[in-house]
Design a protein around this ligand. Structure first.
Ligand code: FES
Length: 122
């Protein structure tokens, strides 16, 4: 059995901030990001539902100025941290694709499946 893919420790992400992760390269490149709110973590595919661009222009800059929402830097869409639901912008009403995470007792954060493509939460 292949163990789930390790991403980082919970405390490698500042409270209220996010961190991006890239897998593979070329056509098989696959990006996700993880947002931390207190001790809670939320993972999403780094692809805006508007036109599919990554949300961060500057690496790991995924949050709105006040830190309350996930922000797409391309056209300013805002997404709820807990749900990935878009509440403002050109893709309002749509959702980021969630990625299932697993956090162990020591705070190590893993994808819940070894292959990122298998880890999308449903
Ligand atoms: S690409 Fe994200 S709002 Fe347009």
């Amino acid at each position: 059995m292949v163990s789930p893919r390790y991403l980082c420790h919970r405390h490698d992400i500042e409270d209220g901030e996010a961190k991006g992760f890239t897998f593979g390269s070329g056509d098989s490149r696959w990006e996700i990001f993880v947002v931390r709110e207190g001790e809670a973590l939320f993972g999403y595919v780094n692809s805006c539902p508007h036109i599919g661009t990554p949300l961060d222009w500057v690496p790991d800059q995924f949050m709105s100025a006040d830190g309350s929402y996930i922000l797409c830097a391309t056209h300013g869409a805002l997404f709820e941290v807990e749900t990935g639901h878009c509440i403002s912008g050109p893709c309002a009403g749509s959702n980021l694709k969630p990625v299932a995470l697993r956090v162990d007792d020591e705070g190590a954060v893993h994808l819940s499946a070894p292959d990122p493509a298998d880890s999308e939460a449903h």
